[in-house]
Ligand binder design. Structure first.
Ligand code: SAH
Length: 237
């Protein structure tokens, strides 16, 4: 069973959306487990405070290293320890797949202005960002990462192949999809898709995926171009 431990001052936010749909079914079927631990349980003063004013002054509050260290130590094992952080490495499908293939993870959710810097090295935390924007806390970011991991666990997605063809898994965005009706507000479905010629359909989808990636994500396209094996020079005869 893939095990998630979330450290948060809002444990009541979990499982939240992860309790519904595919992730919720997988949770009920013990394909994964989720434990939301209240960081406040590790505070020692009578107000159960987890934060204090920033050294050097400035606005807001900072989460205390000692309280967070105790919260981590209470659940720590061989799982990766992830700190949700806008300063972290941007999350990729490749990292999601690695995490999903492991034993699970520990998710530390920041609040306020963030956490005391000393904790990161002291507890070997991997900082992960879900994008270049700022949230109020790490909880929703942890849910994003959790949902991305859980759907890759064996038995969660319906068809085994539904993961392999998706956006990012081959370094490309996914090709466009169509379904009934055949004509929608005057627009038809590309003819090739109704031809029944599977080789042509695959080639069409591939070229559409490449076109979309080139147009929308020059960064992904550049990485794709450098990674793909060089095309063999055509030999005569
Ligand atoms: N002062 C910080 C932002 C703090 S936001 C800064 O400027 O970098 C409070 C918490 O929300 C963070 O500690 C982190 O856990 C979470 N968070 C905010 N944005 C995030 C993002 N893009 N990715 C992951 N976690 C994020």
């Amino acid at each position: 069973m893939w095990r998630a431990s979330v450290l948060t001052i809002f444990p009541e936010m979990f499982p939240g959306p992860l309790g519904a749909s595919l992730a919720g079914k997988a949770l009920a079927n013990s394909i994964w487990s989720l434990e939301a631990n209240d960081i406040r349980a590790h505070a020692t003063d009578k107000h159960r405070s987890v934060d204090d004013t920033p050294a050097g002054g400035g606005p807001g509050m900072v989460m205390r290293a000692d309280v967070l260290a105790r919260a981590i130590d209470a659940v720590a094992d061989d799982r990766p320890r992830l700190l949700m952080s806008p300063r972290g490495r941007p999350l990729t499908q490749a990292r999601v797949a690695e995490l999903a293939a492991g034993p699970g993870a520990i998710f530390l959710c920041g609040r306020f202005e963030g956490i005391d810097e000393r904790l990161i090295a002291a507890r070997n935390l991997e900082e992960i960002s879900v994008g270049d924007y700022v949230l109020n806390g790490g909880e929703v970011a942890a849910m994003v990462l959790l949902e991305a991991c859980v759907r890759l666990l064996p038995g969660v997605m319906g068809k085994a192949e539904s993961g392999a063809e998706e956006s990012f898994s081959a370094g490309l965005l996914e090709y466009p999809q169509y379904t009934r009706p055949q004509v929608f507000e005057g627009q038809g479905i590309p003819e090739i898709l109704t031809s029944g010629d599977h080789a042509k359909i695959a080639a069409f989808r591939r070229s559409e995926a490449e076109r979309l990636t080139r147009e929308r994500r020059p960064d992904l396209w550049a990485a794709f171009e450098t990674q793909k094996p060089p095309t063999k020079a055509k030999t005569k005869g």
